[in-house]
Design a protein around this ligand. Structure first.
Ligand code: GDP
Ligand code: MN
Length: 384
């Protein structure tokens, strides 16, 4: 799960990682003037799940209250495209207002799950800020890494080595050490995959401040984090949320072939095969082991909610469920819904002959296939 900047900063505060003073959060429909502003300069930040907001107009400084309110009004509802949004525009539904910080220097600091090293990895660069991706490409030597044993926590000798490689002023050592250790603790405690501060700044007064936050947590560990469960899911589409509520594993994709499969492994193989046949799947969908009529009906309904879908490919292996039961399920489900796109069905497994006969006798307009490859090719040809 990805957290918004302000949600991440709330967690930072719990772990004594310093952030700028917050004046409030404004959502669409709220009156910006309900936020009381104090001080001289404010930073107004679009809360969307993507970095690169600075360059896309999603981070603005205001030097007067009037200017601040004006920026908030303009930014609310605005659409943001950054290098991290894959061509999509994200609507700004929330805005964070903080006291602007006087920045002396911007640093990059993060901790990430490094699968190649089988450990957490603390990463930093003395040249942080907006274009860390370019820095990693052009000057990888400027990026410093340190594997961290999360059980032991970050050790002082590691901090020392890390800190001096970064070449910071010794005066910052104590503060940096505490912050880096807190960051590692946070990473472990919330079961994160990534916690990034870009930039972590050295202010003109010579202290450290987390100006931005990016947190990605492990969904498989969500069950043990009530505080994270309480956060709104900003990431899933409305169809994905609905599927989750009725117990169907569904992930929306960019293509136009809707896929209904039982078992996650078979579902992934189906997506690969569709691709190989020259098509693109509209979704990943696992109806589960016991694909009942009810589940199959619901799965069809979910798949067809996606307007991109131009054909539906059903690929079900009758293991626990027998193929004749599944075929009856498909027949009943298609009677209940208004299926107005081509349907391709590939059944395999126990009582497959009987299953295929049931589909044949049903009179429903569908295309059967004997193999996954054939099914994928048929689905692609229906679309072209
Ligand atoms: P991102 O572009 O989505 O990563 O958004 P950030 O929160 O990292 O902000 C982008 C950039 O805006 C930072 O790298 C800073 O240079 C600048 N910025 C953000 N907050 C402040 C602030 O309080 N004061 C000043 N002077 N600049 C800021
Ligand atoms: Mn940033």
């Amino acid at each position: 799960m990805k957290l918004l900047e302000h949600e991440g900063k709330d967690i930072f505060t719990k772990y004594q990682i310093p952030t700028a003073k917050r004046f409030g959060i404004v959502k669409i429909g709220d009156d910006p003037k309900s936020i009381e502003l104090e001080g001289k300069e404010w930073v107004i930040k679009a809360q969307v799940l993507a970095g690169g907001r600075g360059k896309a107009g999603g981070v603005k400084l205001a030097k007067s209250k009037e200017e601040a309110y004006e920026i908030i009004e303009k930014m609310l509802g605005m659409e943001i495209k950054t290098h991290q949004t894959q061509g999509q525009a994200l609507k700004v539904k929330e805005i964070l207002i903080e006291e602007a910080s006087a920045i002396e220097r911007e640093i990059y600091l993060s901790i990430v799950l490094d699968r190649a090293h089988c450990s957490a990895m603390l990463i930093a660069s003395a040249e942080g800020g907006m274009s860390i991706e370019e820095l990693a490409k052009d000057h990888p030597e400027k990026i410093i890494k340190m594997p961290v044993d999360l059980g032991e926590g970050l050790q002082e000798f590691q901090v020392r080595e890390f800190f001096f490689k970064l070449g910071f002023d010794k005066k910052l050592y104590k503060e940096f050490s505490a912050l880096a250790k807190n960051l590692c603790r946070l990473f472990k405690n919330i079961d994160a995959n990534l916690v990034e501060i870009n930039p972590l700044v050295i202010t003109r007064d010579g202290t450290l401040l987390a100006i931005d936050s990016k947190i990605v947590t492990d969904n498989n560990a969500l069950f043990r984090h009530k505080e994270l469960q309480a956060l709104k899911d900003h990431e899933s589409s409305p169809i994905e949320k609905e599927a989750k509520e009725i117990g169907i594993n569904y992930i929306g994709l960019d293509g136009n072939i809707g896929c209904m499969v039982n078992g996650a492994g078979l579902a992934m193989a189906t997506l690969d095969t569709v691709k190989l046949a020259g098509g693109n799947a509209a979704n990943f969908l696992d109806v589960g082991g016991g694909a009942t009529v009810d589940q199959i009906t619901k799965a069809f309904q979910i798949i067809l909610k996606d307007e991109k879908v131009k054909a539906v490919l059903v690929n079900i292996f009758g293991g626990i469920m027998k193929c004749d039961d599944i075929a009856n399920g498909i027949v009943e489900a298609t009677k209940k819904i208004n299926l107005n796109v081509p349907l391709i069905v590939r059944l395999e497994g126990t009582r497959v002959k009987e299953g295929k006969q049931i589909l044949l006798d049903s009179g429903i307009k569908l295309n059967q296939a004997d193999s996954l490859w054939e099914a994928a090719q048929k689905a692609v040809s229906k679309i072209n």
